[in-house]
Design a protein around this ligand. Structure first.
Ligand SMILES: *[C@@H]1O[C@H](CO)[C@@H](O)[C@H](O)[C@H]1NC(C)=O
Ligand SMILES: *[C@@H]1O[C@H](CO)[C@@H](O)[C@H](O)[C@H]1NC(C)=O
Ligand SMILES: *[C@@H]1O[C@H](CO)[C@@H](O)[C@H](O)[C@H]1NC(C)=O
Length: 225
C-alpha cells in the first residue's frame, strides 16, 4: 500500500515536472531599440507624457526564448502586471524603458504588455520585480551607445556598415549582437533594434545560441534623436 502511494506521488511529481518543462525556456533576448529609428518612420511615435526620452537606446524587453527559435508567450494570465510592485524602479523605468507608442502615455501599458507576454514565461526564475530590475541592470551594464561612440559610431544620420556596428559591440563588450533594421520615411535601411543573449537565470550575457537573420542593408543609417 505504501509503495503504491509512493508510486502515485512520484507519478504526480513527474507529470508536474513535464508540465513545467513545457513552459520553461532556454535563454533570453535582451532587446533594445533606438528611439530615433522609431520616430523617423512613416508611422507615428509619441513621447512619454513626462518628457522626451534621452538620446539613448531604450529597452524593448527581455524575452524568454527556446533554442529551436520559437518562444513561449502569455504564460500566466493569473499574474497580471502590477505597477505597485515596481514603484521603487519608476525613475529608472522612465529613463531606460520609455514608451514611444501613441497616444502619449506614462509607459505602464508598454511595461504591462512586456510582463504579460514575456515576463510571465520566466517567472519561475524572475518574479515581477526581479524581471524589471534585472532587465534594467543588464541594459545599463552593457551600455550599447557608449560602446558605439567609443568606436566612432555616432547617432548623427551618417551611414555605418552593419559589420562595424556588430564588431564595435563585440570588441567592447565581448558578445556578438544581432542588428535589426527598419526603414525611415524615405525608405533608407537604418539601425532599429539590437539583440543580445542572456543566460536563463538572467545573470550574464552569453553568445546567442541561435542565428537571428535580420534584414539590413550592408550599410545602414544611424539617425539622430
Ligand atoms: C520548441 O521547443 C519547445 C520546448 O521544448 C516546445 O514546447 C515547442 O513546441 C518547440 N517549438 C517548435 C516550433 O518546435
Ligand atoms: C557623424 O560622425 C562621424 C564620426 O565622428 C563623422 O565622421 C561623420 O561625418 C558625422 N556625420 C554627420 C552627418 O555629421
Ligand atoms: C541598399 O544598398 C543598395 C546598394 O548600396 C542600394 O542601392 C539600396 O538603395 C539600399 N537599400 C536601402 C533600402 O537602403
Amino acid at each position: 500500500m505504501k509503495t503504491h502511494l509512493m508510486l502515485i506521488k512520484l507519478l504526480t511529481l513527474h507529470s508536474l515536472l513535464v508540465l513545467s518543462v513545457s513552459h520553461t525556456f532556454d535563454f533570453f533576448y535582451l532587446v533594445q531599440q533606438w528611439p530615433g529609428s522609431q520616430c523617423d518612420t512613416k508611422y507615428s511615435c509619441c513621447y512619454p507624457t513626462k518628457e522626451k526620452p534621452r538620446p539613448d537606446f531604450g529597452i524593448h524587453g527581455l524575452w524568454p526564448n527556446w533554442i529551436n527559435g520559437s518562444y513561449p508567450s502569455n504564460c500566466d494570465s493569473n499574474s497580471p502586471f502590477n505597477a505597485i510592485e515596481i514603484s521603487n524602479l519608476m525613475n529608472q523605468m522612465e529613463s531606460h524603458w520609455p514608451t514611444l507608442s501613441c497616444p502619449s502615455n506614462d509607459g505602464q501599458k508598454f511595461w504591462g504588455h512586456e510582463w504579460n507576454k514575456h515576463g510571465t514565461c520566466s517567472k519561475t526564475v524572475l518574479d515581477q520585480h526581479e524581471f524589471f530590475s534585472t532587465t534594467l541592470k543588464l541594459k545599463t551594464h552593457i551600455n550599447l551607445l557608449g560602446a558605439l561612440k567609443d568606436a566612432g559610431i555616432h547617432p548623427n544620420g551618417s551611414e555605418y556598415s552593419v559589420t562595424s556596428i556588430r564588431d564595435a559591440i563585440k570588441e567592447a563588450r565581448g558578445y556578438t549582437p544581432w542588428i535589426e533594421c527598419n526603414r525611415d520615411a524615405s525608405g533608407n535601411s537604418q539601425l532599429y533594434q539590437i539583440y543580445l543573449c542572456v543566460d536563463s537565470s538572467g545573470s550574464r550575457f552569453i553568445e546567442c545560441p541561435v542565428n537571428l537573420a535580420k534584414k539590413c542593408n550592408t550599410s545602414i543609417k544611424f539617425p539622430s534623436f
